[in-house]
Design a protein around this ligand. Structure first.
Ligand code: G3P
Length: 214
């Protein structure tokens, strides 16, 4: 499973860019707003920091508008992926963009049926939102597991990005499903490295090293 960062905060991306663990980045209008900057400012900077796929979302809701925005976004850098909402007009846009060789990430996916339609329209990536499904009492991780099964069963090339991840437990569970990618918020990414026993073990090793030199 590849790791993406789910943030539009350039400083946060810089913190991880040289660790070699982050393969791509996903953003959305909420994350852009939270960064306090514009999409036009942030996306080119992120694309320079991270050579892998960087998702930037359209805000149009009609096919023509989405395609127009997508073409503009795709010109920013070779690694831009255009994020398109999973609505009828969106899937029409995905088909057109696929034919033009522009990579897409179909977002706001909450069901197996939506995922299949996105894949059949030609989406490069599809993003099931697991935390938001958990919020309404459904099982987000189970949706990812079902998607992995269906995509393998029918040999669909679309990659699955587990999104709306809220915890280390989510990351561990989607890893076991065989999802291609998890897009992880910075807070959760920082927590992933930490384990109490690592800290305690290291403290003890250093203490024993110091004592052995006395
Ligand atoms: O990648 C999608 C993500 O940004 C949505 O997360 O926590 O707002 O449901 P959340």
């Amino acid at each position: 499973m590849k790791i993406f960062m789910d943030t539009a905060n350039v400083d946060e991306i810089k913190e991880f860019a040289d660790q070699g663990i982050v393969y791509g980045v996903t953003t959305n209008p909420t994350l852009i707003a939270r960064s306090g900057r514009t999409q036009a400012e942030v996306i080119p900077e992120i694309c320079k920091l991270i050579p892998g796929p960087v998702s930037a979302e359209v805000i149009s809701t009609d096919c023509q508008g989405m395609v127009k925005e997508a073409k503009k976004l795709a010109k920013i850098a070779d690694n831009v992926v255009v994020k398109i909402p999973c609505i009828t007009e969106g899937l029409k846009a995905v088909k057109i963009l696929h034919e033009k060789g522009i990579h897409t990430n179909v977002t706001l996916v909450f069901s197996l049926g939506q995922a299949l339609l996105a894949a059949r329209a030609g989406a490069t990536y599809v993003s099931p939102f697991i935390g938001r499904l958990d919020d309404i009492g459904e099982d987000g991780v189970q949706l990812v597991a079902d998607m992995v099964k269906v995509f393998r069963l029918y040999d669909l090339p679309t990659q699955i990005i587990a999104a709306s991840i809220r915890s280390v437990d989510h990351v561990n569970k989607v890893m076991l499903t065989g999802a291609d990618i998890a897009t992880i918020p910075t807070k959760v990414l920082r927590e992933l490295i930490h384990h109490d026993l690592t800290d305690k073990g290291l403290a003890k090793f250093l203490e024993d090293y110091r004592n052995s030199k006395k």
